[in-house]
Write a protein that binds this ligand. Structure first.
Ligand code: G3D
Ligand code: MG
Length: 176
């Protein structure tokens, strides 16, 4: 790790089942995409260091995958506890998951009052199946006051590292 102060950041990743949460975390942490593994069972978290040499800072990210626990409020609360930042994931090919973003947002905000929350619009590689437009996303962003969004693909890796770095950077800037 490069020289610099180390900051431990817990990042929680939420969203409807099958939008690609586990795939995005695997892509970020291990740079892999596995078509074979199925639904996440129980808790899972991954650790990865992001270096910001220009700021002399390193973020040690612990990324928590809410897994198959989406439906259980008590368990969700445990995942949320102590989080420094969060991603809400939806799937660009799935209108229903997009409609649920605001519920996820309210759920996170109830427990985590001031953390930065960003959106990941995943499955960008499924070009022909995309049913959510940029303006749909931008309208929702304004409504919810979300920090930023990226269109990602866990499959190709597009924008995945960028999104995690940006979220970590925003959080670190708030810590100065
Ligand atoms: P979840 O953790 O949110 O429940 P998963 O979602 O990561 O388990 O992904 C659900 C399904 O979507 C998986 O396919 C996975 O391979 C696929 N997927 C995830 N991200 C992408 C992506 O960016 N592009 C494409 N094309 N597929 C993606 P299966 O077939 O196993 O259900
Ligand atoms: Mg999963």
């Amino acid at each position: 790790m490069s020289e610099g102060k180390k900051y431990q950041l817990k990042v929680v990743v939420v969203g409807d089942p099958a939008v690609g949460k586990t795939s995005l975390i695997r892509r970020f942490a291990d740079d892999k995409f596995e078509d074979e593994y199925k639904h996440t069972i129980g808790a899972d978290f991954n650790v990865k260091v992001i270096e910001f040499p220009e700021d002399k800072k390193n973020a040690v990210l612990t990324v928590w995958d809410i897994g198959g626990q989406e439906r259980f409020e008590i368990i969700r609360r445990y995942y949320y506890e102590g989080s420094h930042a969060g991603f809400i994931v939806f799937d660009l090919t799935n209108k229903e998951a997009f409609q649920h973003v605001s519920n996820w947002y309210k759920d996170l905000r109830e427990y985590l009052k001031d953390i930065p929350i960003a959106l990941l619009a995943n499955k960008l590689d499924l070009k022909d199946g995309i049913v959510i437009s940029d303006s749909d996303i931008e309208t929702l962003m304004k409504e919810l006051k979300i920090e930023f969004y990226f269109k990602t693909s866990a499959k190709t890796g597009k924008n995945v590292d960028k999104a995690f770095s940006k979220l970590a950077k925003i959080k670190l800037e708030k810590l100065i």
